[in-house]
Design a protein around this ligand. Sequence first.
Ligand SMILES: *Cc1c(COP(=O)(O)O)cnc(C)c1O
Length: 380
Amino acid sequence: MEQKMLLTPGPTPIPPQISSRMAEGMIGHRSNDFNQLMENIQPGLKTILGTKNPVAILSSSGTSALEAAMVNLISPDESIIIIVSGAFGDRFRNIAKTYPFNVHVYEVEWGKAVDPAAFEDYLRSKENIKAVFSQSCETSTAVIHPLNALGRVVKSYNSDTLFIVDGVSIVGGMKFDMETDNIDCLVTGSQKALMLPPGLAFVAMNDAARQKAADNDLPRFYLDINRYFKALEDYSTPFTPAVSLIQGLERVLEIYEEEGIETVFERHRKMRDMLRAGLRSLDLKMLVSDEYASPTVTAFKSSEDELKVIKDRLKNEHQITIAGGQKELKGKILRIGHMGYMFPHDMIRVLAAIEAILSDHRKANYYGRALAAAQEAYYG
Ligand SMILES: *Cc1c(COP(=O)(O)O)cnc(C)c1O
């Protein structure tokens, strides 16, 4: 049978070099070998998250890092704003509502990016906001928000207001610079652009955020980030970590070195451009405008019936798995993940399959059309 292809926005395929590194064998987490491993991975992790500060590693899914950002950085009764532009903004909102915070929600139409000027007006209409939470890439709509502009808006409102960013589906596929973008806390997970299985979450905090976490008296235990940063001083972890995933992470970072980090980011942008050109040539509509299109996931629209045909036949006849829409976008879009261990020729394969499906379904001849558009986007 043809090799299966997983083109969902997480989890994503694992390169064989990483699988074999993870299979090399367990090491004790209270050993010099493990401390050495933890020391080895910090520089690469810092580069990928765009920070000079240490990056804490939790052994849990990405949502734990979202929750860790919230419980460490917000104190009881403090006011915060959550930007909700899709299913993951909604998750931030649901986490926030679990705790005794004063939560304001800034709703953005799904599929659109935040307009920084409109957001600034909203922010200025609220008093004493201690933090603003946003996604970088809202995976459910495939939009990227203008982080740099948002960071400036937050800091011009109050330089002490924290800007907290969920980068789960994009860190590793796009350049980050926490200082330049005024990001106080950036979180991500292992199973998206970082080419690892699910199970690790990462939390980067600048000094202001670290201070807030140290002073915060909201009760918490496993997610108390201070424990992780304290242990990290000795290249250790407070609890038994997912050792094999951290072994795999060391190999991930070597791969970034081998390919060159800028080349990795360029590859992601190229895959986005190829897909958008190819899908458009088949008269499929993009959910997101070019300006805010994510380099890691692409969403397109068509009739519910046609989307179902595309998704089902990709899976059943071509062994390619892509994702549908979530919540209010269910039945309205399909999403193709193109992050991590994914290359331009993979875009060619999925576009060729969609050409074939639509040629049959619409009784038309699309052969070569999306491929030509994609090749032009790549080489042109
Ligand atoms: C995948 C994802 C998460 C985390 O999901 P988990 O299932 O907990 O790993 C959070 N935010 C965004 C934007 C995501 O894409």
